[in-house]
Write a protein that binds this ligand. Sequence first.
Ligand code: IPE
Ligand code: IPE
Ligand code: MG
Length: 259
Amino acid sequence: MSDAISSTSEATRPQQATSDGFEVPRHVAIIMDGNGRWAAARGLPRVEGHRRGVVALRKTVRAAHDLGISVLTIFSFSAENWSRPQSEIRDLLSLLRRFIRNDLADLHKSNVRVRVIGEREDLSPDICDLLQEAEDLTRNNDGLTLVVAFNYGARQEIARAARRVAAEVAKGRLSADDVTPELLARHLDAPDMPDPDVIIRTSGEQRLSNFLMWQAAYSELIFVPINWPDFDQAALEAAIAEYRRRERRFGGLNASTGS
Ligand code: IPE
Ligand code: IPE
Ligand code: MG
C-alpha cells in the first residue's frame, strides 16, 4: 500500500459510497481458497500458489481500502490446517512471518488497523510476538481494519466465548440467566467488529469450513469460481456488485414491497 489516507472511525462509519455512487458493504470477509489448485494447474509446487496468494492479498487489501470498506477479514490459516504436511505448514508460517515483516510498515502508513482472531496459546512465541506487534503498532489507526483469522476455527471461538462467560458465572459476576446471544457475542475474539455483510469464498468450494459461523448468521455468501491467486480489485468489485443485487431480510419482509 502506498498513500496514507485517513478516514472516520470504523464504529461510526456508515456504508461507504464511491464517487460514482457505488455502495460498498461495511464488512467483507474472505475465505482465500484455491492456492494449491492454482499451482497444480500450472505444474508448480503448492508453495508457489501460497506465494502468489500473498500477492493477491496485498492487492485485495489495497482495493478494500480504496473502495472505502471499513473491515476486511481474511481467513489465513484454520485451526484444522495443522493437519496438512509439516512442510506445507512451515511454508505457510514463513509466509505469514514475511508478510508481517515486509508489509506492516506500509499497512501502518496507510492507516490500516490490524486485528488478529483465533487461538494464540499454542503458537510459537515468535509468531505470537509478530501478531502482537502488528496489533500494537496499528492500534490507533482508524482507516481500514484488517482482521486476520489465524489458527482460527469458529467452533473453537464460540467455545472460548462460552469459557469466558462460564468463568464470569463461576466468579458470581454473571448469572446463568444473563447468557443471551448479545452477551455471548461480547465474549468473541473481536467483539467490537460488526458482523460481515458478505463472505466471499474463492476456488468454487461452497462451504464455510469453520469460518465465522456465529457472525455469518445473516451474511450474504458469495462463491466465486476463481482461485485465490487470481483474485484482484475487479473480482472484489464483481463480488460487491453481486452482493448489492441480494435482498437482505434478516427474517423480516422486504421494506419497500412488504413481501
Ligand atoms: C488456501 O489455499 C490457503 C490455505 C488454506 C492456507 P489451499 O491451500 O487450501 O488450496 P487448495 O484448496 O488446496 O487448492
Ligand atoms: C479454509 O480452506 C481455510 C483457509 C482458507 C485458511 P481449506 O482449504 O482449509 O478448507 P477445506 O479443507 O477445503 O474445507
Ligand atoms: Mg483449500
